[in-house]
Ligand binder design. Structure first.
Ligand code: FES
Length: 101
């Protein structure tokens, strides 16, 4: 696993929102669930929709393309339990958000 990479300022992803960031050539979706950060693959396993742009309801994000739902804490897909997306370590250090992938 690679070192942590700074992806955003801590104030750039408010509670209840997500964002797509690029980390070493990968698209990662970072979410703020009531102050707790989570990072998963941005690319939806259905047809590649950008999960970082999906609507967040608690810890569940809905893909903006066809509404498949994913748990941002585990990567589990609620719509199709046979698939999931990868999760990555994420942390706040100082005033910045860091992801390792
Ligand atoms: S691409 Fe995400 S639900 Fe279809």
């Amino acid at each position: 696993m690679a070192d942590y990479i700074r992806v955003a300022g801590a104030d750039e992803i408010p509670a209840g929102q997500g964002r797509t960031v690029e980390v070493q050539g990968k698209s990662i979706a970072v979410f703020n669930v009531d102050g707790n950060l989570h990072a998963i693959d941005d690319t939806c396993v259905h047809r590649g929709g950008p999960l970082g742009q999906g609507a967040l309801d608690g810890n569940i994000v809905s893909c903006p393309w066809h509404s498949w739902r994913f748990d941002v804490g585990t990567g589990a897909c609620l719509t199709n339990p046979r698939v999931q997306v990868e999760c990555y370590p994420v942390k706040i250090e100082g005033s910045d958000i860091w992801v390792s992938c």
